[in-house]
Design a protein around this ligand. Structure first.
Ligand SMILES: [Ca+2]
Length: 563
């Protein structure tokens, strides 16, 4: 069954039942709400309850104490891959979201997301903050099951995907359900305000609130009042700012928890907190990674410092508080766990990689299987066998196919014991190779295409987040193209935005075989190209500015189908 048919069927079933039966309404009242909080580049050690003696996180510590904690919870070493797995219950290599930018964070639109699964089961769904799985139709959060969205574009604020004129973390211009909206206040506060409003408005229905902050990702912008206490402790400026961002986050988590109390929703709301990867290398002080509870390495690494993150789950109605669970778990487990907890149906033909963790969370006596989790990471278009990968069973961890660590005895991954356990190494290598072949075969590694001229998105704003090609990048001289597909033939208006030119220049845009051009005067920073007659179908879109002998790419392309 195709995903859209499934979603239609499941949605109709849920709605039909709801209309037909008061019992269902009663039952749906018992369905838990889900508040899923994920932060960006906050490491395992960036929490008071993980032994950080300087950083104060009273609200997150409280959440940990009131819920269960998975001690060994794994994600990918960077942002978008983690989010793809979180949203689908599948290894990200199955989903086309295989890197963070240059078109590789776009997730295949046929993937079924947590939001789609819960929406089909009658949930209200909202996302506030960071999506990072595609900025254009049909990959945006509201194309993928979220009924309400207030999100930044790309992988974070202050990136080339920002709406033109977005000032940064303070008063960001955000995407509200497909329209740019100038906000006021600090980004994390803005997302929380929107989440609180969403929860309040939907207090009588089951809901999924995905609260995904771009903090404490770089750049380290945060109100100074949060940073000052950490400067006073003598911490370096980077660490003080990261801690300030986390302190602000913690305060916002406190606001969310207080709202659940106020609305008397806390009992039957599943609150989950996790982060998407380890601490960012750019925030080191004099080359040193900040406190990370003894884990090895940082963001971008498959040692535990890059991929082992905090994971707390609070559900007072059903999960006894204060337990630490040692079975290994991962981002791929969220979808099966939450689908089970919320009574939602999964499409039968979808290969989920994760396990339903409920038996562990509810403390049922379950035979829990030892399994092996896999994480791999690369930059660019295709992963390479054995490059930056790890396989993890309950006891062992194999890194890059050749280093073996006994994780129970050596959580800091200091002693490679591969030579002592050739049988374990051989078995894990075999498992990894099978996994690599399997995930690579799902969709291959071509990026998805952006659809132009669709009723759902017109105009489309293309940014450097998703452009492609050997010279594509985020520097002033970068030059790239977009892999697009024109949904409907017709007349289009194409507007280009670029860095101000220092002399008369020629600007050009090609879409497939069609090329439109203009001459702009010195100082110009945009041009509108009228009457591009585009055919339907796949097309490469390129746009560039030539000044004298130099040719550089544009910053934005706005493609509008004319009526
Ligand atoms: Ca991240």
């Amino acid at each position: 069954m195709k995903r859209r048919e499934f979603l239609k069927d499941a949605g109709a079933a849920a709605l039909g039942a709801a209309a037909a039966s008061a019992a269902f309404a009663q039952e749906s009242k018992m369905r838990p709400n889900v508040l899923l909080i994920i932060t960006d580049d906050q490491g395992y050690g960036d929490l008071g309850c993980h032994g950080n003696e300087r950083l104060k996180t009273p609200n997150l510590d409280r959440l940990a104490a009131e819920g269960v904690e998975f001690t060994y919870f794994y994600v990918c070493p960077v942002c978008a891959p983690t989010r793809a797995s979180l949203m689908t219950g599948r290894y990200n290599y199955r989903t086309c979201a295989i890197d963070t930018y240059l078109g590789r964070a776009m997730m295949h639109p046929d993937e079924v997301t947590l939001a789609e699964v819960l929406a089909a089961a009658g949930y209200r769904t909202g996302i506030f903050g960071k999506w990072h799985l595609g900025d254009n139709y049909p990959m945006r959060p509201y194309d993928q099951g979220f009924q309400e969205a207030l999100v930044h574009k790309g992988g974070g604020l202050c990136q080339p995907s920002d709406f033109p004129g977005c000032p940064g973390y303070f008063g960001p211009v955000l995407d509200r359900n497909g329209k740019p909206e100038k906000t006021t206040g600090y980004c994390t506060d803005v997302y929380t305000d929107a989440a609180l409003k969403f929860i309040e408005a939907n207090k009588d229905k089951p809901w999924l609130c995905y609260h995904a902050t771009n903090a404490p990702h770089v750049p380290l912008q945060v109100p100074d009042k949060y940073v000052e206490p950490y400067r006073k402790l003598g911490l370096g400026e980077n660490t003080a700012k990261v801690y300030g961002m986390v302190a602000n986050l913690d305060e916002n988590v406190g606001r969310l928890l207080a709202k659940l109390d106020e609305l008397k929703l806390a009992e039957n709301t599943i609150v989950i907190f996790l982060t998407d990867n380890g601490p960012c290398p750019a925030t080191r002080e004099k080359g040193q990674i900040r406190f990370n509870a003894g884990l090895r390495d940082q963001k971008g690494s498959v040692y535990d410092g890059g991929i082992r993150v905090p994971f707390f789950l609070r559900w007072p109605a059903r999960a006894k508080a204060g337990r630490k669970l040692d079975p290994i778990a991962a981002h791929i487990d969220l979808v099966p766990t939450l689908a089970a907890a919320c009574g939602a149906r999964m499409p039968a033909d979808i290969k989920l990689d994760g396990l339903n963790l409920l038996p562990l969370i509810l403390g049922e006596k379950a035979q829990w299987p030892d399994r092996t989790l896999y994480v791999q990471w690369h930059r660019g278009d295709e992963p390479i066998l054995y490059r930056s990968c790890m396989a993890r069973s309950q006891r062992w961890k194999l890194v890059n196919g050749k280093e073996l660590y006994d994780m129970a005895a050596d959580p800091g991954e200091k002693n490679n014991v591969a030579a002592d356990h050739p049988d374990v190494v051989a078995k894990m290598r075999k498992g990894y190779e099978e996994w690599f072949k399997d995930v690579s075969a799902t969709r291959g590694y071509d990026p998805p295409r952006i659809l132009l001229g669709a009723a759902q998105e017109n105009p489309s704003l293309l940014t450097r987040q998703d452009w492609r090609g050997p010279q594509a990048g985020w520097s002033p001289t970068s030059l790239g193209h977009w892999e697009a597909s024109v949904e409907r033939a017709g007349k289009y208006r194409i507007r280009l935005l670029f860095a101000p030119v220092d002399a008369e220049s020629s600007v050009q845009c090609s879409v497939g075989a069609v090329r439109v051009t203009a001459i702009v005067p010195k100082g110009a920073k945009e041009a509108t190209l009228e009457d591009a007659a585009l055919e339907a179908g796949d097309a490469r879109l390129e746009a560039w500015v030539t000044t004298g002998a130099a040719t550089v790419g544009v910053h934005y392309v706005e493609v509008r189908r004319l009526p």
